[in-house]
Design a protein around this ligand. Structure first.
Ligand SMILES: Cc1ncc(COP(=O)(O)O)c(C=O)c1O
Length: 486
């Protein structure tokens, strides 16, 4: 990284220059710097609507960058140690989908853990690739899926030498990392691309004390959620490429689905956040790691909760751990994670990132303070005192191994019929079902529905998890494949 060069922020500078010009707008957006929508200006402020503009020569164009956006992408590549980078305005979902669509076409195989985000499985619906799933091991006590073990990845590669790519979570939502360097090396030895979902790993690039990043490990592509731990606006993201990728082709893939009206609010936030991370990221994330460790120690002092950390590392399914993630096992106080999540919001005005069946997760970032951490610790202590109950009837495992009957694309487009949820066992699912967040499908299109899965969905619904995916709003029925339809 070139620290002197990283002081630049070309999109931000161009917008500041543009603001001063008072150009008369006969182009979109129709609010014309807010003049046509005073209510919006009152709500968002003139500073904000004044730079909500469309592409024009002095401001470049995300679909074919040649000037300031090109320079911002080069600066991001330099900051993240990539050969090329793309600013993304469709969330990390668009980056993950661009990775999969660049690597695979219909009929190709891709090796991936089953605990991927729905964006990866939906990419398979779009391109028609066949998943070769690796079951991540499960920590039964915590009820969370872990990382991929190297021997399982190696076996999948040997059994499927025609696979085009392997996709790795670095880290998972809960902070678990696989042995990325070895998996990338294995992928390249088998002529496969190494794709990395780093939705939760932006900060890995800015501290030597955190797990290895995708670009450092030599991966071919990485999707980095700048808007999560990187500090940019919601929906802005980065796609990073290694030296062997063809940026021209990946750009064409991105443009298959990317908007032709990219938001300058999002792009300037990426530009400024990249500069901030490059100049101050190291000290910021060291502070974040210290705060998270302090929170872990304090929560573990309360008793009844388990805020886990590096002690999970086992050299295999937990090769490394992201200490900035603060996941807390709650079920020992007789409450599901989602119940504690609801109590924290409803009774203590504390919004957690998510609550699942057994855990809650706090996202600790550059915007947090020790005062906020103390408030969380106090509230958790209170909840234990006021709401703890005997531990019974709580599910212990989060992950259910899938039986894949057909590809996600074939299942999604097959002829389907509605079956009441209680009668679905034995059928093949035609849609996805997940708790969101974390957005890891419990069922993906093409998978066999089992009684265990139905029980799990009913339990998650009962506990108040926010469920997404199926056509039926209340998941009273599922669309399953008609016999002989694929
Ligand atoms: C692992 C993972 N990948 C990808 C995404 C998609 O990110 P976005 O919401 O920015 O589209 C998420 C979202 O939470 C995620 O958890």
């Amino acid at each position: 990284m070139n620290p002197e060069r990283q002081k630049k922020a070309p999109i931000y500078d161009a917008l500041e220059r543009f603001r001063k010009l008072h150009v008369v707008p006969f182009d979109v957006p129709g609010h014309k710097r807010g003049r046509g929508n005073p209510e919006l200006v009152r709500f968002l402020g003139q500073q904000c609507v004044g730079i909500d503009v469309n592409s024009m020569k002095p401001l470049d164009n995300l679909c074919h960058p040649v000037s300031i956006i090109k320079e911002a992408e080069e600066l991001a590549a330099d900051a993240f140690g990539a050969a090329h980078s793309f600013l993304m305005v469709g969330g990390t979902t668009s980056a993950v989908q661009a990775m999969v669509l660049s690597a695979c076409k219909a009929g190709d195989k891709i090796i991936l853990p089953r605990n991927v985000h729905k964006s990866a499985i939906n990419a398979l619906v779009l391109c028609g690739a066949t998943p070769v799933y690796i079951d991540p091991k499960v920590d039964v006590e915590l009820g969370i899926p872990l990382g991929m073990e190297v021997q399982d990845v190696k076996k999948a590669m040997e059994d499927n030498p025609d696979a085009k790519a392997v996709l790795v979570n670095n880290p998972t939502y809960y902070g678990i990392c696989s042995d990325l360097r070895t998996i990338v090396k294995l992928a390249h030895e088998h002529n496969m691309l190494a794709l990395v979902d780093e939705a939760h790993g932006t900060h890995f690039y800015f501290s030597e004390e955190l797990p290895c990043s995708a670009m450092e490990a030599g991966a071919d592509m990485a999707s980095v959620s700048m808007h999560k731990s990187g500090g940019s606006l919601t929906q802005s993201s980065l796609l990073l490429l290694g030296p062997e990728m063809n940026p021209g082709y990946v750009g064409q893939i991105i443009n298959l689905t990317q908007t032709t009206s990219a938001s300058y609010l999002l792009m300037s936030s990426l530009d400024l956040s990249r500069r901030n991370l490059a100049l101050r990221g190291k000290e910021s994330f060291e502070k974040v790691a210290r705060m998270a460790q302090y929170a872990r120690d304090e929560i573990n002092e309360i008793g009844g909760y388990y805020a886990y950390g590096k002690e999970l590392i086992n050299g295999g399914s937990v090769y490394d751990f992201d200490v900035t993630k603060l996941a807390v096992l709650t079920n020992k106080i007789g409450l599901a994670g989602i119940e504690v999540y609801d109590l924290l919001r409803d009774e203590y005005d504390i919004q957690m990132e998510f609550g699942d069946i057994s855990n809650i997760l706090a996202y600790i970032s550059i915007g947090d303070s020790l005062l906020d951490i103390e408030r969380l610790v106090g509230a958790l202590s209170d909840i234990r005192r006021l709401y703890a109950k005997p531990k019974k009837d709580l599910f212990t495992a989060e992950y259910i191994s899938p039986v894949v009957a057909t590809t996600p694309q074939q299942a999604f487009y097959a002829e389907k019929t509605r079956v009441p949820i209680n009668e679905c066992a034995g059928h093949i699912c035609g849609e996805s079902v997940m708790c969101y967040p974390p957005g890891i499908p419990i069922l993906a299109p093409g998978e066999v529905i089992t009684k265990d899965i139905i029980d799990y969905i009913q339990y998650a619904k009962e506990k108040g998890c926010s469920m997404q995916g199926p056509e039926s709003d209340d998941i009273s029925y599922l669309n399953v494949l008609k016999k002989g339809s694929f």
